[in-house]
Design a protein. Structure first.
Lengths: 146, 146
DNA sequence: CATGCTGTTGCAACTGGTCGCAATAAGGGG
DNA sequence: CCCCTTATTGCGACCAGTTGCAACAGCATG
């Protein structure tokens, strides 16, 4: 259940001249029991539940470090707020209906044609996990009455 | 140069029971001389240049109203900050390189396959102007030395 | 032109997140 | 096991944007 990379994290940090601190341990504990996506402030809250002395800026800075290490990835929800994915996880983006507010995962498969055509036409490599596509879902576009 | 809808705005507001106020006139003046995209805070600044008494919340609330009227549209930049497009304008999204920070327009044509496949497979209608695709541009993926 | 309904403003407090800086502490070397 | 370098923390200020509320002011009506 736990990704094998959690145990090696302290060493991976040290190998880069970075440090393993109690504050980082708290955040990593929280992340290791997280599935799917969380917002930054949710992570701050969960860390505070473990250690009430948790400071937000420390959490955000640690998240930056963990992103460098490839442990998490961040994107932005439809309202522009930060969303974090814990890796490894199938890379995917999000589909958000601006009418009813529901969200769905957007698999690499769904986005394949976009990813391919941008690579072919512009040499641009899409970071799908950073993407939220906004629009209106089937139910909201065509509200067939019951 | 000026979109014909600007003059009719006061009446369009009144027709909905809304009001035409000095504060709204300032923002609309600013918008009418804006091309491309602007962030919310840029608009606040430009309004303040016209009327130093401008209050941010008034600007943001007016932008909401104008979005309802279809005069502007908002999306989020790669950092999650708000970006406004003044309409009418070809609907387009944005492509942002997370490595060098450059942005490009993403035309409806570029995104055609994505838009089509989401509509076909899920009935989801994409609001392209809300979308910023993040990744790495050709130059950053393959830094061919000179 | 005076009246009143209600949309709008200004303000202040608050949320999510970032930044600079002085003090602290991790952890490699002697 | 202590020392020293320097990464990291805590803190306070700040930026972008939102929200609740009392006071204000469009504008339709009479």
């Amino acid at each position: 259940m736990t990704s094998p990379s959690w145990e090696s994290l302290p060493d991976r940090l040290r190998a880069r001249g970075l440090r393993w601190t109690p504050q980082r341990r708290v955040l990593v504990d929280v992340l290791s029991s997280t599935r799917g996506h969380v917002t930054g402030s949710e992570l701050v809250e969960r860390c505070r539940a473990v250690d009430p002395a948790t400071i937000p800026s420390t959490v955000y800075r640690t998240l930056d470090v963990l992103e460098d290490l490839g442990v998490v990835r961040h994107g932005h929800g439809p309202d522009g707020r930060e969303e974090f994915h814990v890796l490894p996880e199938a890379e995917h983006g999000h589909l958000h209906c601006e009418s009813c507010g529901t969200s769905w995962d957007l698999s690499l498969d769904d986005a394949r044609t976009l990813v391919r055509s941008l690579r072919a036409r512009r040499g641009f490599v899409v970071d799908l996990s950073h993407v939220t596509i906004v629009g209106r879902c089937a139910g909201c576009v065509d509200p067939t009455p019951p």
